[in-house]
Design a protein around this ligand. Sequence first.
Ligand code: NDP
Ligand code: ZN
Length: 355
Amino acid sequence: MKIKGLAMLGIGKIGWIEKEAPKCGPLDALVRPIVVAPCTSDIHTVWEGAIGERTDMILGHETVGEVMEVGELVEDFKKGDKVIVPAITPDWGDINSQRGFPMHSGGPLGGWKFSNFKDGVFAELFHVNEADANLALLPEGVDPVSAVMITDMTTTGFHAAELADVKLGDTVCVIGIGPVGLNAVMGANLMGASHIYAVGSRPNCIKVAKEYGATGIINYKEGDIVEQVIAKTGVQGVDKVLIAGGNVDTFAQAIKMLKPGGIIGSVNYLGSGEFIRIPRIEWEVGMGHKSIHAGLTPGGRNRMEKLTSLVEAGKYDPSKLITHTFEGFDKMEEALLLMKDKPTDLIKPVVIIDW
Ligand code: NDP
Ligand code: ZN
């Protein structure tokens, strides 16, 4: 059987292709997408060539879907189940998973399979490894359009707050408030931050940042963000900086606004630039206990279930992130190109296929 999908044909090129349908191993599942969302990472991958050349690789890693087939050893899922599919689907028995880093199972970033090492979810059918460990049932009462945000945007943004170990009463600066940074704001808020300064410029994002808990807004287009943060906090700066936007030079700004002992939590996917430079003086000549924790989001079933429980409990509303809704499988290309163009009113587009 052949399936159709929207693929990266090579760096800078996308198009529709046909491929043999994936095969289902004994622990695996085959799923058809019912809602998908394009990601800024798809843009870095295709148009910046950030992870190198890929040929005819189906794109996409954010979806809620319907199980079409399960392998004979799968216990908890069956055909017809509606499932949240995490962007990161680790091999749970891998040695890096055992070390506590399942997102790096099989090697650096190896848990990120869809649209990286294997065909992604912008397809009529896609393959999920270790279904029992990597799928989560879509609960009654959580709509699939909101749930698609959890697969990557929520988990990644919240991970920035986890990486920085946000604690009760911390003052936090979140650099970048696209959909990931907005979730970093929400994550910091849920973890107990007091003042949260959000750096961005788009009005829609600023509105949601305030709704998710930002107490101050800093526009990076209106002057140096370090000066703007220091003007709000006094010379001391902030306890934590979460990075979800900017570029390789953003780390120098983060170091400069951080208190001694502070932590940077970065989830930014650095699509270009050779080196990240750390300013020696503001890094307190190497002795300031200012740390940088940067990483790929965790994934897997338990992570999806935990994050979804925040939606069920009414503590977090991911639907605020969705600004553009397309209907129909064929609209994936339009949605992806919209993500590339980033009009100012865009936070996140979704494509509803059917359900
Ligand atoms: P967006 O492009 O939507 O948002 C980027 C944000 O950064 C915007 O708020 C933008 O401001 C701001 N920004 C841009 N340039 C600067 C600058 N020079 N200084 C300060 N702020 C700036 O991206 P997403 O939210 O979709 O994704 C954020 C990052 O997270 C991407 O790199 C993405 O690839 C990555 N990512 C990482 C994952 C992980 O697991 N680690 C998973 C998923 C995504 P403005 O308001 O002007 O647009
Ligand atoms: Zn993504």
